[in-house]
Design a protein around this ligand. Structure first.
Ligand SMILES: Cc1ncc(COP(=O)(O)O)c(C=O)c1O
Length: 385
């Protein structure tokens, strides 16, 4: 098994550790926020990049067939999804991808629906593009989240929703949606002629017997669906800004091509392609080790909090490395930021960022770090709450 190596990232121009003022108003908080890992990437990625760096010329790059093949094989082996090369497109990050798709699939003033609480750039993609944001809250029972189909459909009808941005697996609720859940959601979208942007960036990070079901495995919805994914979350390559847009439907591909040609952003940089290809080709063993470390971190956090702060609600981690924790028994939404920053000295993602004050007693904790860092965070919560 490839050794998992923690890297001290402070003072390395790292967003998570070195750029906290924008979101927190101060620096030097113990960083458990931004969703990247504090681990060195697979050795095969470093070797491929080193090889290219040593080559010494970084001119225009021809995307090799092997890049496509690496992704196609990965999806087939890990997700039983058949992807064709001609369906694949590029975007410089999944966030850019869903911003573009919102523009492409709807008009100014149209309604776009999301399942809140949700990864907050979804909300920005709607608001920044002058679309109407429609939130259908997930139902939470004992920390476990599920879809409110009635509310989802009612809001689609009432607001004439044009686009749904699906988060699968779900950040921050940690859910790996079951086949039946996806089927029902997609059927509602089809019935009301809603396009689906399916963000599956976390799809390799699922635990225990949970299994990710790609939205595109439901063939009957292909004509209204685009899948966004990347090697970036799985293999810690976010800075390389290489992500993959999968569009089986010819008409939707034409729309995408027209849009991206109009903006003249049709490809990424050589380093991103090389890192992504190498990771998909050789990163599997590394990923197994990383997932074990993340899940250990989760079990540790859950056990410690349930013993020492028994009324904290830790949402079960089916997928993603982001743990959603409700502190409502101990702290009010007015006091939470004071408590987390001033007392605990932690940088976490605050619940209200994910869709409003009703999530204000939650925090999201990034578990893709060393056991020691998780312990520091847990101890800080236990000692100060
Ligand atoms: C659901 C989801 N989509 C997209 C991203 C980021 O995508 P990218 O860095 O490729 O823009 C994240 C990062 O946390 C995420 O959780």
């Amino acid at each position: 098994m490839e050794e998992i190596k923690y890297v001290e990232r402070k003072n390395s121009n790292c967003n998570k550790w070195d750029e906290q003022t924008g979101m927190f108003g101060e620096e030097n908080l113990h960083a458990m926020w931004v969703a990247d890992m504090d681990f060195r990437v697979p050795q095969c990625v470093i070797a491929a990049l080193e090889n290219y760096v040593q080559f010494g010329v970084y001119g225009y790059y021809k995307i090799p067939q092997e890049y496509y093949t690496a992704f196609i094989n990965w999806e087939k082996v890990h997700h039983e999804l058949e992807v064709k090369k001609e369906w694949m497109r590029f975007s410089p990050g999944v966030v850019a991808g869903f911003h573009w798709l919102v523009q492409m699939l709807s008009n100014s003033g149209d309604a776009v629906i999301v399942n809140t609480p949700v990864y907050y750039p979804f909300l920005n993609a709607v608001k920044n593009n002058d679309r109407r944001l429609i939130c259908s809250d997930l139902i939470c029972e004992d920390g476990i989240y599920r879809i409110d189909y009635e509310d989802f459909e009612k809001k689609i009808i009432e607001n004439q929703v044009k686009v749904f941005i699906l988060c699968s697996p779900h950040n921050p609720a940690g859910r790996v949606w079951k086949k039946e859940e996806l089927e029902r959601l997609l059927a509602i979208c089809k019935m009301h002629d809603v396009y689906i942007i399916s963000d599956e960036i976390h799809h390799d990070l699922v635990f225990e017997d949970n299994k990710h079901i790609p939205s595109l495995s439901f063939k009957e919805y292909e004509d209204r669906m685009v899948m966004l994914t990347a090697a970036s979350k799985t293999f810690n390559l976010a800075g390389a800004q290489n992500s993959i847009v999968v569009i089986p439907d010819e008409k939707l591909r034409e729309k995408w091509d027209k849009y991206t040609l109009g903006h003249r952003v049709i490809g990424g940089n050589a380093f991103g392609y090389i890192a992504t290809q190498a990771a998909y080709e050789g990163g599997e063993e590394w990923l197994t080790g990383i997932k074990a470390q993340i899940y250990d971190n989760y079990l540790y956090l859950k056990k410690e909090l349930s013993e020492k702060l028994p009324e904290v609600i830790v949402t079960p981690l089916e997928g993603t490395y982001l743990c959603w924790v409700d502190l409502k028994a101990y702290v009010s939404e007015e006091n939470i930021k004071d408590m987390i920053q001033k007392k605990c000295r932690l940088a976490v993602d605050y619940g209200d960022w994910f869709g409003g004050e009703r999530f204000g007693t939650h925090i999201r904790i990034n578990l893709a770090t060393s056991h020691e860092n998780v312990k520091i965070a847990v101890d800080a919560l236990v000692d100060n709450i």
